[in-house]
Design a protein around this ligand. Structure first.
Ligand code: PFF
Length: 457
Protein backbone atom coordinates (compact mmCIF):
# COMPACT_ATOMS: atom_id res chain seq x y z
CA UNK A 1 0.00 0.00 0.00
CA UNK A 2 1.58 3.28 -0.98
CA UNK A 3 1.98 6.11 1.45
CA UNK A 4 -0.31 8.37 -0.56
CA UNK A 5 -3.16 5.94 -0.36
CA UNK A 6 -2.68 5.73 3.36
CA UNK A 7 -2.74 9.48 3.63
CA UNK A 8 -5.98 9.43 1.74
CA UNK A 9 -7.38 7.51 4.66
CA UNK A 10 -6.87 10.45 7.01
CA UNK A 11 -9.54 10.77 9.61
CA UNK A 12 -10.74 7.18 9.38
CA UNK A 13 -10.16 6.83 13.09
CA UNK A 14 -12.19 9.98 13.82
CA UNK A 15 -11.75 13.62 14.79
CA UNK A 16 -12.18 15.24 18.22
CA UNK A 17 -15.43 17.18 18.42
CA UNK A 18 -13.55 20.34 19.48
CA UNK A 19 -10.12 21.68 20.32
CA UNK A 20 -11.12 21.50 23.96
CA UNK A 21 -11.60 17.78 23.77
CA UNK A 22 -8.08 17.55 22.40
CA UNK A 23 -6.77 19.62 25.32
CA UNK A 24 -8.68 17.46 27.80
CA UNK A 25 -7.59 14.22 26.13
CA UNK A 26 -3.94 15.28 26.04
CA UNK A 27 -4.16 16.45 29.65
CA UNK A 28 -5.82 13.15 30.55
CA UNK A 29 -2.93 11.30 28.97
CA UNK A 30 -0.39 13.48 30.73
CA UNK A 31 -1.98 13.35 34.18
CA UNK A 32 -1.52 9.84 35.50
CA UNK A 33 0.31 7.72 38.00
CA UNK A 34 3.41 9.82 37.31
CA UNK A 35 1.74 12.95 38.74
CA UNK A 36 -0.11 11.28 41.55
CA UNK A 37 2.56 9.15 42.99
CA UNK A 38 5.95 9.82 41.53
CA UNK A 39 6.11 13.60 41.33
CA UNK A 40 5.12 14.47 44.91
CA UNK A 41 7.55 12.07 46.43
CA UNK A 42 10.50 12.83 44.16
CA UNK A 43 9.93 16.55 44.63
CA UNK A 44 9.87 16.22 48.40
CA UNK A 45 12.96 14.01 48.40
CA UNK A 46 15.06 16.27 46.22
CA UNK A 47 14.72 19.55 48.01
CA UNK A 48 11.13 20.67 47.38
CA UNK A 49 11.04 24.10 45.76
CA UNK A 50 14.53 23.78 44.27
CA UNK A 51 13.52 20.57 42.54
CA UNK A 52 10.21 22.05 41.39
CA UNK A 53 12.17 24.89 39.79
CA UNK A 54 14.53 22.50 37.99
CA UNK A 55 11.54 20.44 36.89
CA UNK A 56 9.84 23.50 35.42
CA UNK A 57 13.04 24.37 33.53
CA UNK A 58 13.17 20.79 32.19
CA UNK A 59 9.54 21.05 31.13
CA UNK A 60 10.43 24.22 29.23
CA UNK A 61 13.57 22.82 27.62
CA UNK A 62 12.45 19.37 26.56
CA UNK A 63 8.84 18.79 27.57
CA UNK A 64 7.15 21.66 25.74
CA UNK A 65 9.38 21.65 22.61
CA UNK A 66 8.85 17.94 21.96
CA UNK A 67 5.18 18.00 22.90
CA UNK A 68 4.65 20.79 20.38
CA UNK A 69 6.68 18.88 17.78
CA UNK A 70 4.63 15.71 18.29
CA UNK A 71 1.25 17.42 18.12
CA UNK A 72 2.40 19.20 14.98
CA UNK A 73 3.53 15.93 13.37
CA UNK A 74 0.15 14.41 14.14
CA UNK A 75 -1.84 17.34 12.80
CA UNK A 76 0.21 17.42 9.64
CA UNK A 77 0.25 13.65 9.13
CA UNK A 78 -3.42 13.18 10.12
CA UNK A 79 -2.88 9.46 10.68
CA UNK A 80 -1.52 7.03 13.25
CA UNK A 81 2.06 7.83 14.35
CA UNK A 82 3.55 5.16 12.06
CA UNK A 83 1.69 6.23 8.94
CA UNK A 84 2.03 9.92 9.75
CA UNK A 85 5.78 9.49 9.95
CA UNK A 86 5.88 7.53 6.68
CA UNK A 87 3.91 10.28 5.00
CA UNK A 88 5.96 13.10 6.50
CA UNK A 89 9.26 11.40 5.63
CA UNK A 90 8.07 11.20 2.05
CA UNK A 91 6.82 14.78 2.06
CA UNK A 92 10.21 15.91 3.37
CA UNK A 93 12.13 13.70 0.94
CA UNK A 94 14.02 11.83 3.62
CA UNK A 95 14.43 8.16 4.45
CA UNK A 96 11.29 6.24 5.43
CA UNK A 97 13.36 4.92 8.35
CA UNK A 98 12.13 7.95 10.28
CA UNK A 99 8.92 6.00 10.70
CA UNK A 100 10.78 4.13 13.45
CA UNK A 101 9.57 7.02 15.65
CA UNK A 102 6.11 5.53 15.19
CA UNK A 103 7.21 1.92 15.68
CA UNK A 104 9.19 2.53 18.88
CA UNK A 105 6.26 4.59 20.15
CA UNK A 106 3.77 1.80 19.51
CA UNK A 107 6.03 -0.73 21.22
CA UNK A 108 6.72 1.54 24.19
CA UNK A 109 3.02 2.30 24.60
CA UNK A 110 1.98 -1.34 24.66
CA UNK A 111 4.76 -2.35 27.06
CA UNK A 112 4.03 0.57 29.36
CA UNK A 113 0.35 -0.24 29.45
CA UNK A 114 1.10 -3.82 30.51
CA UNK A 115 2.56 -2.74 33.85
CA UNK A 116 0.64 0.53 34.18
CA UNK A 117 -2.54 -1.52 34.26
CA UNK A 118 -1.24 -3.68 37.12
CA UNK A 119 -0.46 -0.62 39.27
CA UNK A 120 -3.73 1.08 38.28
CA UNK A 121 -5.46 -2.13 39.44
CA UNK A 122 -4.09 -1.51 42.94
CA UNK A 123 -5.99 1.77 43.09
CA UNK A 124 -9.23 -0.04 42.19
CA UNK A 125 -8.53 -2.51 44.99
CA UNK A 126 -8.05 0.40 47.39
CA UNK A 127 -11.32 2.00 46.28
CA UNK A 128 -13.06 -1.19 47.38
CA UNK A 129 -11.05 -1.43 50.62
CA UNK A 130 -12.04 2.14 51.52
CA UNK A 131 -15.66 1.60 50.50
CA UNK A 132 -15.90 -1.45 52.74
CA UNK A 133 -14.24 0.37 55.65
CA UNK A 134 -11.29 -1.99 55.71
CA UNK A 135 -8.87 0.87 56.23
CA UNK A 136 -10.74 2.40 59.14
CA UNK A 137 -8.29 3.35 61.93
CA UNK A 138 -5.67 1.16 60.36
CA UNK A 139 -2.22 1.17 61.98
CA UNK A 140 1.01 1.62 60.04
CA UNK A 141 1.94 -2.02 60.55
CA UNK A 142 -1.44 -3.26 59.37
CA UNK A 143 -1.38 -0.94 56.39
CA UNK A 144 1.93 -2.43 55.32
CA UNK A 145 0.52 -5.92 55.83
CA UNK A 146 -2.55 -5.14 53.70
CA UNK A 147 -0.40 -3.83 50.85
CA UNK A 148 2.05 -6.73 51.05
CA UNK A 149 -0.83 -9.21 51.14
CA UNK A 150 -2.10 -7.69 47.89
CA UNK A 151 1.30 -7.93 46.23
CA UNK A 152 1.82 -11.50 47.36
CA UNK A 153 -1.56 -12.62 46.02
CA UNK A 154 -1.28 -13.11 42.24
CA UNK A 155 -5.00 -13.84 41.88
CA UNK A 156 -6.04 -10.52 43.38
CA UNK A 157 -3.51 -8.70 41.22
CA UNK A 158 -4.69 -10.55 38.12
CA UNK A 159 -8.29 -9.78 38.96
CA UNK A 160 -7.71 -6.02 39.22
CA UNK A 161 -5.37 -6.00 36.23
CA UNK A 162 -8.14 -7.69 34.24
CA UNK A 163 -10.78 -5.22 35.41
CA UNK A 164 -8.58 -2.28 34.48
CA UNK A 165 -7.71 -3.70 31.06
CA UNK A 166 -11.39 -4.35 30.39
CA UNK A 167 -12.21 -0.75 31.25
CA UNK A 168 -9.43 0.44 28.94
CA UNK A 169 -10.44 -1.68 25.97
CA UNK A 170 -14.12 -0.88 26.33
CA UNK A 171 -13.33 2.84 26.03
CA UNK A 172 -10.85 2.49 23.15
CA UNK A 173 -12.96 -0.11 21.34
CA UNK A 174 -15.85 2.35 21.08
CA UNK A 175 -13.77 4.65 18.86
CA UNK A 176 -12.27 8.11 18.97
CA UNK A 177 -15.55 10.02 19.15
CA UNK A 178 -17.86 7.69 21.04
CA UNK A 179 -15.14 6.04 23.12
CA UNK A 180 -12.15 8.23 23.89
CA UNK A 181 -13.86 11.58 23.32
CA UNK A 182 -16.92 10.75 25.35
CA UNK A 183 -14.99 9.09 28.20
CA UNK A 184 -12.61 12.05 28.37
CA UNK A 185 -15.45 14.56 28.55
CA UNK A 186 -16.83 12.69 31.56
CA UNK A 187 -13.61 11.67 33.27
CA UNK A 188 -11.70 14.95 33.15
CA UNK A 189 -14.34 17.20 34.75
CA UNK A 190 -14.82 14.47 37.37
CA UNK A 191 -11.08 14.39 37.95
CA UNK A 192 -10.99 18.17 38.48
CA UNK A 193 -13.95 18.05 40.87
CA UNK A 194 -12.46 15.21 42.92
CA UNK A 195 -9.14 17.00 43.04
CA UNK A 196 -10.67 20.25 44.30
CA UNK A 197 -12.72 18.40 46.90
CA UNK A 198 -9.60 16.60 48.06
CA UNK A 199 -7.57 19.78 48.17
CA UNK A 200 -10.33 21.50 50.18
CA UNK A 201 -10.39 18.58 52.59
CA UNK A 202 -6.61 18.56 52.99
CA UNK A 203 -6.64 22.30 53.70
CA UNK A 204 -9.20 21.98 56.47
CA UNK A 205 -8.34 18.64 58.01
CA UNK A 206 -4.72 18.16 57.04
CA UNK A 207 -1.61 20.09 57.91
CA UNK A 208 -1.51 22.32 54.87
CA UNK A 209 1.40 24.36 56.11
CA UNK A 210 3.63 21.31 56.59
CA UNK A 211 2.64 20.03 53.15
CA UNK A 212 3.44 23.37 51.59
CA UNK A 213 6.80 23.54 53.38
CA UNK A 214 7.75 20.03 52.29
CA UNK A 215 6.95 20.68 48.65
CA UNK A 216 8.07 24.26 48.24
CA UNK A 217 10.79 24.96 50.78
CA UNK A 218 13.84 25.88 48.80
CA UNK A 219 16.54 23.47 49.91
CA UNK A 220 19.33 23.49 47.36
CA UNK A 221 21.52 21.24 49.48
CA UNK A 222 19.37 18.26 48.50
CA UNK A 223 19.64 19.05 44.83
CA UNK A 224 22.14 16.71 43.19
CA UNK A 225 22.95 15.65 39.63
CA UNK A 226 20.76 12.65 40.22
CA UNK A 227 17.82 14.90 41.04
CA UNK A 228 18.37 16.96 37.91
CA UNK A 229 18.35 13.77 35.86
CA UNK A 230 15.23 12.66 37.66
CA UNK A 231 13.61 15.98 36.84
CA UNK A 232 14.58 15.64 33.17
CA UNK A 233 13.25 12.10 32.91
CA UNK A 234 10.08 12.92 34.75
CA UNK A 235 9.38 16.06 32.71
CA UNK A 236 9.33 13.76 29.75
CA UNK A 237 7.24 10.95 31.17
CA UNK A 238 4.68 13.25 32.73
CA UNK A 239 3.87 14.97 29.43
CA UNK A 240 3.46 11.60 27.67
CA UNK A 241 5.99 12.48 25.01
CA UNK A 242 8.32 10.08 23.21
CA UNK A 243 5.68 7.41 22.61
CA UNK A 244 3.83 8.83 19.66
CA UNK A 245 0.73 9.29 21.81
CA UNK A 246 0.63 13.00 21.13
CA UNK A 247 1.13 12.35 17.41
CA UNK A 248 -1.93 10.09 17.48
CA UNK A 249 -3.99 12.61 19.45
CA UNK A 250 -2.75 15.52 17.31
CA UNK A 251 -4.00 13.70 14.22
CA UNK A 252 -7.57 13.95 15.56
CA UNK A 253 -7.40 17.75 15.99
CA UNK A 254 -10.35 19.39 14.29
CA UNK A 255 -9.60 22.88 12.94
CA UNK A 256 -6.37 23.62 11.31
CA UNK A 257 -6.18 27.20 12.44
CA UNK A 258 -5.96 26.61 16.21
CA UNK A 259 -2.70 27.85 17.71
CA UNK A 260 -0.56 24.86 18.52
CA UNK A 261 1.60 26.81 20.93
CA UNK A 262 -1.31 27.91 23.08
CA UNK A 263 -2.87 24.45 23.00
CA UNK A 264 0.34 22.77 24.10
CA UNK A 265 0.90 25.38 26.79
CA UNK A 266 -2.57 24.74 28.19
CA UNK A 267 -1.84 21.01 28.46
CA UNK A 268 1.52 21.63 30.14
CA UNK A 269 0.17 24.16 32.64
CA UNK A 270 -2.73 21.87 33.57
CA UNK A 271 -0.43 18.88 34.00
CA UNK A 272 2.02 20.80 36.19
CA UNK A 273 -0.71 22.46 38.27
CA UNK A 274 -2.40 19.12 38.90
CA UNK A 275 0.90 17.53 39.95
CA UNK A 276 1.49 20.36 42.43
CA UNK A 277 -2.07 20.29 43.75
CA UNK A 278 -1.97 16.53 44.26
CA UNK A 279 1.39 16.85 45.99
CA UNK A 280 0.02 19.51 48.35
CA UNK A 281 -3.06 17.41 49.14
CA UNK A 282 -1.08 14.22 49.76
CA UNK A 283 1.53 15.77 52.02
CA UNK A 284 -0.99 17.87 53.98
CA UNK A 285 -2.93 14.71 54.69
CA UNK A 286 0.08 12.58 55.58
CA UNK A 287 1.63 15.25 57.80
CA UNK A 288 -1.61 15.72 59.71
CA UNK A 289 -0.57 12.62 61.61
CA UNK A 290 3.00 13.19 62.85
CA UNK A 291 3.50 9.54 63.72
CA UNK A 292 3.31 8.45 60.09
CA UNK A 293 6.59 7.56 58.49
CA UNK A 294 6.79 8.77 54.94
CA UNK A 295 7.41 5.87 52.63
CA UNK A 296 8.83 6.15 49.17
CA UNK A 297 7.49 4.96 45.81
CA UNK A 298 4.24 2.99 45.92
CA UNK A 299 4.38 2.96 49.71
CA UNK A 300 3.48 6.65 49.85
CA UNK A 301 0.14 6.09 48.18
CA UNK A 302 -0.69 2.60 49.31
CA UNK A 303 0.82 2.45 52.81
CA UNK A 304 1.24 5.95 54.31
CA UNK A 305 -1.90 7.56 52.89
CA UNK A 306 -4.32 4.80 54.01
CA UNK A 307 -3.01 5.23 57.59
CA UNK A 308 -3.57 8.98 57.37
CA UNK A 309 -7.08 8.64 55.91
CA UNK A 310 -7.94 5.80 58.29
CA UNK A 311 -7.39 8.06 61.26
CA UNK A 312 -8.98 11.28 60.03
CA UNK A 313 -12.46 12.74 60.20
CA UNK A 314 -14.47 11.33 57.29
CA UNK A 315 -11.23 9.73 56.16
CA UNK A 316 -12.92 6.71 54.59
CA UNK A 317 -15.04 8.83 52.30
CA UNK A 318 -12.05 10.85 51.22
CA UNK A 319 -9.95 7.74 50.75
CA UNK A 320 -12.59 6.54 48.27
CA UNK A 321 -12.40 9.90 46.52
CA UNK A 322 -8.62 9.79 46.41
CA UNK A 323 -8.25 6.28 45.03
CA UNK A 324 -11.02 6.93 42.53
CA UNK A 325 -9.03 9.95 41.42
CA UNK A 326 -5.96 7.76 40.94
CA UNK A 327 -7.97 5.20 38.95
CA UNK A 328 -9.52 7.85 36.68
CA UNK A 329 -6.17 9.53 36.06
CA UNK A 330 -4.64 6.15 35.24
CA UNK A 331 -7.49 5.22 32.90
CA UNK A 332 -7.27 8.47 30.95
CA UNK A 333 -3.56 7.73 30.44
CA UNK A 334 -4.05 4.05 29.67
CA UNK A 335 -6.41 4.72 26.78
CA UNK A 336 -3.77 6.91 25.18
CA UNK A 337 -1.11 4.23 25.50
CA UNK A 338 -2.93 1.75 23.29
CA UNK A 339 -4.39 4.24 20.78
CA UNK A 340 -1.30 4.59 18.48
CA UNK A 341 -1.21 0.82 17.87
CA UNK A 342 -4.96 0.59 17.38
CA UNK A 343 -5.07 3.55 15.00
CA UNK A 344 -2.29 2.05 12.92
CA UNK A 345 -3.92 -1.38 12.65
CA UNK A 346 -7.26 0.17 11.72
CA UNK A 347 -5.60 2.13 8.90
CA UNK A 348 -3.30 -0.61 7.82
CA UNK A 349 -5.57 -3.59 7.75
CA UNK A 350 -8.98 -2.03 7.93
CA UNK A 351 -9.83 -4.31 10.85
CA UNK A 352 -12.84 -3.57 12.98
CA UNK A 353 -11.65 -1.46 15.89
CA UNK A 354 -13.38 -3.32 18.71
CA UNK A 355 -12.09 -6.72 17.56
CA UNK A 356 -8.61 -5.43 17.21
CA UNK A 357 -8.66 -3.70 20.59
CA UNK A 358 -9.78 -6.94 22.16
CA UNK A 359 -6.89 -8.92 20.65
CA UNK A 360 -4.33 -6.22 21.47
CA UNK A 361 -5.76 -5.90 24.98
CA UNK A 362 -5.36 -9.62 25.46
CA UNK A 363 -1.71 -9.53 24.39
CA UNK A 364 -1.02 -6.63 26.76
CA UNK A 365 -2.88 -8.44 29.52
CA UNK A 366 -0.60 -11.47 29.01
CA UNK A 367 2.55 -9.34 29.19
CA UNK A 368 1.10 -7.74 32.33
CA UNK A 369 1.11 -11.17 33.99
CA UNK A 370 4.91 -10.93 34.02
CA UNK A 371 4.61 -7.78 36.15
CA UNK A 372 2.01 -9.44 38.37
CA UNK A 373 4.33 -12.37 39.04
CA UNK A 374 7.33 -10.17 39.67
CA UNK A 375 5.71 -9.23 43.00
CA UNK A 376 5.28 -12.84 44.08
CA UNK A 377 6.27 -16.03 42.18
CA UNK A 378 9.03 -14.37 40.19
CA UNK A 379 10.22 -11.87 42.79
CA UNK A 380 13.63 -13.52 42.86
CA UNK A 381 13.95 -13.65 39.08
CA UNK A 382 16.13 -10.72 38.12
CA UNK A 383 17.74 -9.34 35.01
CA UNK A 384 20.59 -6.91 35.77
CA UNK A 385 19.27 -6.77 39.32
CA UNK A 386 15.76 -5.79 38.19
CA UNK A 387 12.51 -7.73 38.35
CA UNK A 388 10.37 -8.13 35.23
CA UNK A 389 8.24 -5.16 36.31
CA UNK A 390 11.27 -2.96 37.00
CA UNK A 391 12.97 -4.01 33.76
CA UNK A 392 9.92 -3.09 31.69
CA UNK A 393 9.56 0.22 33.45
CA UNK A 394 13.28 0.92 32.88
CA UNK A 395 13.19 -0.14 29.23
CA UNK A 396 10.23 2.10 28.43
CA UNK A 397 10.84 5.19 30.58
CA UNK A 398 14.64 5.28 30.41
CA UNK A 399 15.37 3.91 26.95
CA UNK A 400 12.46 3.87 24.50
CA UNK A 401 10.99 7.19 25.62
CA UNK A 402 14.19 9.28 25.41
CA UNK A 403 15.10 7.62 22.10
CA UNK A 404 11.63 8.39 20.69
CA UNK A 405 11.90 11.99 21.90
CA UNK A 406 15.40 12.40 20.54
CA UNK A 407 14.42 11.14 17.09
CA UNK A 408 11.37 13.40 17.10
CA UNK A 409 13.49 16.45 17.96
CA UNK A 410 16.04 15.54 15.27
CA UNK A 411 13.40 14.91 12.63
CA UNK A 412 11.43 18.11 13.18
CA UNK A 413 14.49 20.25 13.90
CA UNK A 414 16.76 19.01 11.13
CA UNK A 415 15.05 16.82 8.56
CA UNK A 416 11.44 17.83 8.19
CA UNK A 417 10.52 20.05 5.28
CA UNK A 418 10.85 23.59 6.68
CA UNK A 419 7.83 24.91 4.77
CA UNK A 420 5.65 22.22 6.29
CA UNK A 421 6.80 23.22 9.77
CA UNK A 422 6.03 26.86 9.03
CA UNK A 423 2.70 25.92 7.51
CA UNK A 424 1.70 24.12 10.70
CA UNK A 425 3.04 26.31 13.49
CA UNK A 426 3.59 29.72 11.89
CA UNK A 427 6.64 31.95 11.62
CA UNK A 428 9.68 30.26 13.10
CA UNK A 429 11.94 33.22 12.42
CA UNK A 430 10.30 35.48 14.94
CA UNK A 431 8.55 35.44 18.31
CA UNK A 432 8.08 32.43 20.59
CA UNK A 433 8.25 29.85 17.78
CA UNK A 434 11.74 31.00 16.97
CA UNK A 435 12.77 29.98 20.48
CA UNK A 436 10.85 26.76 20.23
CA UNK A 437 12.64 25.79 17.04
CA UNK A 438 16.08 26.68 18.37
CA UNK A 439 15.59 24.80 21.60
CA UNK A 440 14.24 21.82 19.68
CA UNK A 441 17.26 21.76 17.37
CA UNK A 442 20.08 22.46 19.80
CA UNK A 443 19.03 22.01 23.41
CA UNK A 444 16.47 19.18 23.64
CA UNK A 445 18.57 16.63 21.71
CA UNK A 446 21.59 17.24 23.94
CA UNK A 447 19.55 16.92 27.12
CA UNK A 448 17.87 13.79 25.82
CA UNK A 449 21.21 12.24 24.95
CA UNK A 450 22.34 12.94 28.49
CA UNK A 451 19.23 11.28 29.96
CA UNK A 452 19.61 8.29 27.69
CA UNK A 453 23.34 7.78 28.21
CA UNK A 454 23.24 8.23 31.95
CA UNK A 455 20.35 5.74 32.16
CA UNK A 456 22.45 3.20 30.29
CA UNK A 457 25.46 3.95 32.38
N1 PFF B 1 1.97 10.78 31.56
C1 PFF B 1 1.54 9.60 32.25
C2 PFF B 1 1.80 9.74 33.74
O1 PFF B 1 2.35 10.76 34.17
O2 PFF B 1 1.45 8.84 34.47
C3 PFF B 1 2.19 8.35 31.76
C4 PFF B 1 2.24 8.20 30.27
C5 PFF B 1 1.08 8.07 29.54
C6 PFF B 1 3.48 8.25 29.65
C7 PFF B 1 1.13 7.98 28.15
C8 PFF B 1 3.55 8.16 28.28
C9 PFF B 1 2.37 8.02 27.55
F1 PFF B 1 2.48 7.92 26.26
Amino acid sequence: MSVDVQHGQQGINGIWSSRWIFILAATGSAVGLGNLWKFPYVAGEHGGGAFVLVYVVCIALIGIPILLAEVMLGRRGRMSPINSMLYLAKESNVSRWWSCIGYTGVLAGLLTLSFYSVVAGWSLHYVVLSLTNKLYQISATDSKLVFNALLKDPWQLIFWHTVFMLLTISVVGAGVIKGLGRAISIMMPLLFILLFVLLGYSTFVGDFEAGWRFLFSFDTSKLTWASILDALGHAFFTLSVGMGVMIAYGAYMPEKKASLGRTVLAVTVLDTLIALMVGLAIFSIVFANPSIKLSSGPGLLFVSLPVAFGNMVMGQLFAVIFFLLVAIAALSSAISLIEPAVAWLVEYKGYKRYRLVFVLGFIIWCIGLGSVFSFNYWSELKLFGKTFFESLSFLTANILLPVGGLLTALFVGWRMDRDSVIDEVGDIQRGPYRWWFRVLRFVSPVLLMIVFLTSLW
